[in-house]
Design a protein around this ligand. Structure first.
Ligand code: ZN
Length: 446
């Protein structure tokens, strides 16, 4: 069948839930939450005693706002719960015989912790991923070279299930072996690449080193997740130019797969609001903030079966917009994706600075490469122990350029845009470590 016929027959949105009106969506969320909380009050070794201690009855959930009467669940709560009931922990709510999959966290913030999925949970995950990919125009004619990790961590397997449900062909390439990735891409004509922004950028550099232009390859869509980047305008533009492709952002974490994905309008990431209930709260006061104000994303599973979480503190800073999107989907959007980690935020002379804000400026600077580091050492603190300035390491993309002039330009841009002082070190291209998984942007040194 010619691809045009297939496209014409394809529904605008894969799932009617994507364009439910707000009232329908919220009554669906409330009904699901009541069922889920009643189940946890009975079956959860973690939540049942907690609800009893609080004197909280699941039947009391009169509105979605009532959920805020419950405490947050944090990563350290989860880690502590594993020990007494190892290896599944106190959050597990189904017998092991119903669990089909376990993944671990990458351990960047704490000891590796497991999460579990039943058949229903895996189906839900694959379907949500399929929905987001369909919203980006991916379909049966696509060949997806999936460069997320397939071992231990979430990423590769969930994406694969989603693409396959759309009828696309998937090459589970994983996040290593640059040479083979390039050979595969050019031999089989991959049309979609997915991976972390740092690996996707690294791959383009390697293609160029071999005398080929990534922009003239068959790649038409680049799907990125695992790090902020795809939603940072300068990074997105750079990657779109490098590959001659549309670049999209996706967001999920180990505990919630997926949280949000971008549509073809590239106007923020649509939250999967029929899969999770989302709150955005102030990092300090922990009270809800209005749309448009940055805050920490807090999410609750509506119907996850294996180890569901209530008011999960993601630690990710987002800005929500609940106004309708031009694509017709009604689920709220996270503008600019994940802005940063609440715990990565640097406070300099009272100004909050996220690594992603510095990234935007580095990647906009002509003459600088894509890599950068924010160095935390004694020189960035004043006598009182407060941060007084940034220390940024970057690379020059053109060896003949004047490094002092490049440094001065970036110092000027940081002062102008972020209102903080900075020391900038310009290094030869290729000096900073390249990451194939998650780039480490804040580096602590003595
Ligand atoms: Zn949209």
């Amino acid at each position: 069948m010619p691809s045009g016929v297939r496209l014409a027959a394809a529904p605008l949105h894969l799932d009617p839930a994507e364009s439910w009106d707000r009232a329908t969506l919220e009554s669906f969320q409330l009904a699901k939450l009541r069922t889920q909380l009643a189940r946890l009050a009975q079956d959860s070794a973690y939540y049942a005693p907690l609800f009893r201690r609080l004197g909280w009855n699941a039947g009391e959930l009169g509105s979605l706002a009532d959920l805020s009467k419950l405490p947050f669940t944090t990563k350290s709560d989860y880690v502590r719960s594993i020990g007494p009931d190892a290896p599944f922990g106190q959050f597990m709510t189904v017998p092991q015989s119903e669990v089909l999959r376990m993944h671990f966290s990458s351990g960047t913030t704490s000891a590796p912790t497991p999460q579990f999925w039943t058949q229903q949970d895996l189906d839900r995950w694959g379907w949500m991923y399929a929905r987001h990919s369909h919203a980006q125009g991916i379909g049966p004619d696509d060949i997806v070279q999936c460069m997320y990790s397939y071992t231990w961590f979430v990423g590769g397997l969930g994406a694969t299930a989603g693409y396959q449900r759309l009828g696309a062909m998937v090459i589970p390439a994983g996040s290593q072996d640059t040479e083979r990735q390039i050979n595969t891409l050019f031999t089989y004509g991959s049309t979609v690449l997915c991976g972390t922004p740092s690996f996707i950028t690294h791959l383009a550099e390697e293609v160029r080193k071999r005398g080929r232009d990534p922009a003239s390859s068959t790649v038409r869509i680049v799907m990125m997740g695992g790090e902020p980047g795809a939603s940072i305008p300068a990074t997105r533009q750079r990657i779109e130019e490098l590959w001659g492709a549309r670049a999209y952002d996706a967001y999920g974490c180990l505990e919630f797969q997926p949280i949000a994905g971008e549509c073809a309008a590239q106007a923020g990431l649509h939250l999967a609001e029929d899969f999770l209930y989302a709150e955005v709260v102030d990092a300090e006061t922990r009270q809800a903030v209005p749309d448009g104000t940055p805050g920490v994303l807090v999410v609750t599973h509506l119907d996850k079966q294996a180890g569901p979480l209530v008011r999960w503190w993601t630690g990710d800073i987002v800005v929500r917009d609940s106004t309708p999107c031009t694509c017709g989907r009604t689920h709220a959007r996270l503008l600019g994706g994940v802005r940063g980690r609440a715990d990565d935020m640097l406070v300099i002379r009272g100004v909050n600075v996220f690594p992603s804000a510095v990234e935007e400026l580095v990647r906009k600077s002509p003459g600088l490469g894509d890599e950068y580091q924010l160095v935390i050492n004694a020189s960035v603190y004043d006598a009182g122990g407060f941060m007084k300035s940034l220390h940024v390491r970057v690379e020059q993309s053109d060896a003949s350029a004047d490094a002092d002039r490049l440094a001065a330009q970036l110092v000027h841009d940081i002062k102008q845009q972020l209102q903080v002082g900075a020391v900038v070190e310009v290094l030869p291209f290729g000096t900073l470590a390249r990451s194939t998984h998650k780039a480490k942007r804040v580096v602590k040194e003595d």
